[in-house]
Design a protein around this ligand. Structure first.
Ligand code: GCU
Length: 418
């Protein structure tokens, strides 16, 4: 029976949320597809089945989103170029390293800055994260070397003619409370992200791509993949640092580098755990929600971050054979932490939370706790998750603060003892 025209009209209106046009789908409140459904749709109901499925899932994200990782690893040669055994008023040893990543004659030089607490029993766990503005911005120590590689011009940070300068020394300490990390017994290692791959679209040619020679990944590896591949090699270099436990290095990143931290953790199982801070679209936020930044918009503005195949999902998120909870779940059974900020609607805090919840069955399968049964925090400045999946909603804007770090440290403490 055909519905009378008036009734049909009412029914259609009910489907459209206020403020949205009819073409815009309602935001997804659940993570789809099911994390425990295999590539062919077969249910995954055991740890063995998860292990068997995992490589195919990594391949899927490589092929459709980030680009396949290079077929071979690069050579790594780390040379200590500076040391202060009494940094932070004697609390830490600061070392700086030139890490050469090479294949054949091609070579890429990355400057790695490391602080290791002097008061320690045995080896200490560490956080490894890339920074946006150069190692000299993370702490005001005079000896920290200023990058000589390409940097986007930024008057606020004294970057002119694509070169960093002295004037930004110590300007990013709020994001890198190294004294707090050291006082809680953790080392910190950081490198300027542009040393690994400059953040602009040049058709996958410069930075790490230039070292890949005739590797098929050279033409298809997005910059996020290149940063992640680089982080994995910096982890190799950390094996040379006195007092640092290479088996307990958590990979951390904010924003585009939060997307990178999740992918680095997914593709290098040696990382102890991963922290994604305000990573949003392409990171922890569910693409199918189309809330804040979308798959289309991110690729219009940052076409080089992903492999070109990912463009087919612009405005076609429902065709994605995965969503971002799959990226998070690739950490299982290792721990993972997702951090959001209430004023960061562009990164879709709720979508980040729902992805962390949607990934949780991957841990439950291993007999571990995730965020099963958790509800989105009613008020900000709330941290959730006593188990292997941590989440918090901080008040304020898109940023990294000491409050965020205190939560990451609490989470690390809980896993340190296990
Ligand atoms: C932009 C971009 C985000 C990204 C952020 C950042 O806002 O749209 O996807 O996370 O930059 O890296 O700071």
């Amino acid at each position: 029976m055909r519905a009378p025209p008036l009734l049909l009209c009412v029914a259609l209106t009910a489907l459209v949320e206020p403020g949205r046009t009819q073409q815009e789908p309602a935001e997804a409140e659940r993570a789809e597809p099911d994390i425990l459904s295999g590539i062919e749709g077969t249910p995954i109901s055991s740890v063995d089945a998860w292990r068997a499925h995992r490589p195919a899932l990594v391949k899927l994200l490589e092929n459709e989103m980030f680009g396949p990782m290079p077929t071979e690893r690069l050579q790594v040669a780390a040379t200590e170029v500076e040391r202060d055994p009494a940094a932070l008023g004697g609390a830490a040893t600061r070392t700086q390293w030139v890490v050469e990543l090479s294949r054949g004659k091609e070579l890429l030089s990355v400057e790695l800055l490391v602080y290791v607490p002097n008061e320690r029993e045995g080896l200490v766990p560490a956080f490894l994260g890339l920074n946006f503005k150069g190692n000299h911005t993370v702490w005001p120590d005079e000896e920290i070397r200023v990058p000589r590689t390409w940097m986007a011009n930024d008057a606020k940070f004294g970057v002119k003619d694509n070169r960093a300068s002295e004037s930004a020394r110590g300007q990013r300490t709020a994001r890198w409370p190294i004294d707090l990390l050291v006082s809680r017994g953790y080392a910190l290692a950081t490198a300027y992200y542009g040393d690994l791959d400059p953040d602009f679209d040049d058709g996958f040619r410069n930075g790490l791509h230039a070292v890949l020679g005739d590797d098929p990944a050279r033409d298809t590896l997005g910059t996020i993949g290149a940063w992640a591949f680089g982080l994995s090699h910096l982890l190799d270099a950390l094996g040379k640092v006195d007092g640092l436990d290479q088996e307990r290095v958590a990979v951390f990143g904010h924003s585009r580098l939060g997307k990178t931290a999740l992918w680095a953790g997914a593709t290098d199982p040696r990382f102890w755990f991963a922290i994604s801070n305000n990573s949003g679209c392409g990171g922890a936020a569910l693409s199918r929600r189309r809330h804040g930044e979308t798959v289309k918009r991110i690729q219009e503005v940052f076409p080089h971050w992903f492999t070109t195949r990912f463009r087919r999902y612009a405005d076609h998120e429902d065709d994605l054979p995965f969503d971002q909870h799959h990226l998070i779940a690739l950490m299982a059974p290792r721990p993972v932490y997702v951090a959001s900020a209430s004023g960061d609607d562009w990164a879709d805090p709720r979508g980040e939370f729902l992805a962390a919840v949607g990934a949780t069955p991957a841990w439950e399968l291993h007999g571990l706790r995730g965020l099963g049964g958790a509800t989105f925090p009613e008020a900000p400045d709330t941290a959730l998750g006593e188990g292997s999946v941590g989440y918090h909603l901080r008040s304020g804007k898109h940023d990294v603060t000491a409050w965020d770090w205190a939560r990451f440290l609490d989470f690390a403490d809980r896993h340190r003892e296990r």
